[in-house]
Design a protein around this ligand. Structure first.
Ligand SMILES: Nc1ncnc2c1ncn2[C@@H]1O[C@H](COP(=O)(O)OP(=O)(O)OP(=O)(O)O)[C@@H](O)[C@H]1O
Ligand SMILES: [Mg+2]
Length: 423
């Protein structure tokens, strides 16, 4: 019997329900759909998703232990002749070591210095790591296990041990609170143009993280995105970061004319050409294209001093390309990768990432606003700050903080006018 109690948010009562429904192994739970689990155990679908993810995680952990012992046994077979030892790993890569057992000298001839100190890395894998562009501990430490696995043709669990090993050796992963505080002091904030909205956001849109604006159509997501592209260019005393903006447009709704109109509203009419020049627009035609653009951003970011990266909308391509329940896992995996890429960029370049998101009606909500941002847990967890927008009278809109590591819950009202976003 497995320890179902290990699963997230599962207490005794839920364990009983799971067992009663015949779902008494991690395998059984992991292969159930959220809807099915929710119905069988009479729990909410959100909870079901978390339980299923938890079961998958447990399976992954189990798989990792089994696979690594197996792989290690298999990894190196060696033949001891009179004066040399020949190592052959399972991919038939051969390394010959002399009678003094001088492995180090052999490894040092390549650039892969020290890689064999990593768990599961023999000379052959060290060579493949080097050939795959992962010749240093630093390069390995910031790579994802998937990348390493693909470059070296090894299992992903072995790869993740290698990555963890590199992080440990470099002492990455742990910081004191003081160090975190110092890093966060470099944080920049971009004003939205509305005092109410800025206050709600604790002073504006923060760099080093992802801010998500979710809401129904015409709630102002694209308008806010346009406005931020202008304000980011202003000096800090005027709510900007002296930087430029990159607008990744997946819906074809970026309008330079609207930027000009908003410039007029801010008395920047004479600077409008400069403002337009500092907004780089990239139109993404499908989800792969969208991810590719983000992959190739680093040069552009440095070259153009980009301080704001907008993705409007984050998810519409993913939603229209992956239809049906069977494709959901794939879609979420890709989306997760995309969001982590965005988060990495936000942290590496100290810039603000702003994504817009759609909402869907949740049939299980009987009171309050029944809309919830799409993208499930993947988007919910990746967004540092989530803002939910809804329509009010006329040009008024109401913003509410759904989730933030440090902002109190609250609401703020702003207006969308010809001049842009105002109080
Ligand atoms: N030039 C303008 N002057 C005044 N208000 C405008 C102007 N342009 C747009 N708006 C307002 O902005 C609203 C559209 O908001 P926006 O395009 O940001 O919606 P959205 O949240 O991005 O919607 P979608 O989900 O469809 O992308 C319009 O309904 C209108 O009220
Ligand atoms: Mg829009």
């Amino acid at each position: 019997m497995e320890d179902l109690i290990k699963l997230p948010k599962v207490g005794k009562a839920t364990v009983e329900r799971l067992e009663k429904a015949g779902l008494n192994t991690f395998e059984a739970i992991a292969s159930t759909s959220p809807q099915e689990l929710a119905t069988k155990c009479e729990i909410k679908e959100n909870l079901a998703i978390e339980i299923i993810e938890g079961a998958k995680e447990e399976l992954r952990k189990k798989e990792m232990n089994v696979e690594t012992t197996e792989e290690q046994n298999e990894e190196i077979k060696y033949v001891n002749t009179n004066d040399t030892v020949t190592f052959t790993d399972k991919n038939n890569d051969v390394a010959v070591v002399d009678e003094n057992n001088d492995v180090a000298s052999m490894i040092n001839t390549s650039s892969n210095v020290g890689l064999t100190s990593l768990p599961g890395v023999g000379p052959a894998i060290a060579k493949r790591l080097g050939d795959g562009g992962f010749a240093t501990l630093e390069a390995i430490a910031v790579a994802s296990p998937k990348e390493i696995a693909a470059a070296c043709e090894i299992g992903e669990s072995t790869a993740s041990k290698i990555v963890l090993g590199a992080q440990e050796q470099l002492n990455i992963g742990f910081e004191t609170a003081l160090e975190v505080l110092e890093r966060r002091q470099a944080i920049g904030r971009i004003s939205t143009g509305s005092k109410n909205l800025d206050e709600l956001l604790g002073g504006g849109i923060e760099t080093l993280g992802i801010t998500e604006f979710a809401g129904e159509f015409r709630t102002g997501k694209t308008q806010i995105a346009h406005q931020l592209c202008i304000i980011v260019q202003l000096p800090e005393s005027e709510g900007g970061l002296n930087g430029s903006a990159l607008y990744l447009d997946s819906e074809g709704t970026f309008r330079p004319e609207r930027i000009i109109q908003m410039c007029r509203g801010r008395n920047l009419d004479d600077k409008k050409e400069k403002v337009l020049e500092n907004i780089i627009v990239a139109r993404a035609y499908n989800s792969d294209h969208q991810m590719l653009i983000v992959d190739q951003l680093s040069d552009k970011i440095v070259e153009n001093n980009i301080k704001l990266l907008i993705i409007d909308s984050l998810i519409s391509h993913f939603r229209s390309e992956y239809i049906g329940r069977g494709t959901l896992a794939n879609r979420q995996q890709k989306l997760n990768k995309h969001l982590h890429q965005l988060l990495k960029i936000a942290e590496a370049y100290n810039l603000a990432v702003v994504v817009t998101n759609q909402v869907m009606a949740r049939p299980d909500m009987f009171f309050g606003d029944p809309n919830t941002p799409v993208g499930g847990n993947v988007v919910a967890h990746a967004s540092t700050t989530r803002v939910y927008l809804r329509k009010s009278k006329g040009e008024r809109r109401i913003a509410r903080i759904l989730d933030s590591p440090m902002l109190p819950e609250g609401e703020g009202v702003f207006k969308i006018t010809e001049d842009g976003i105002v109080d």
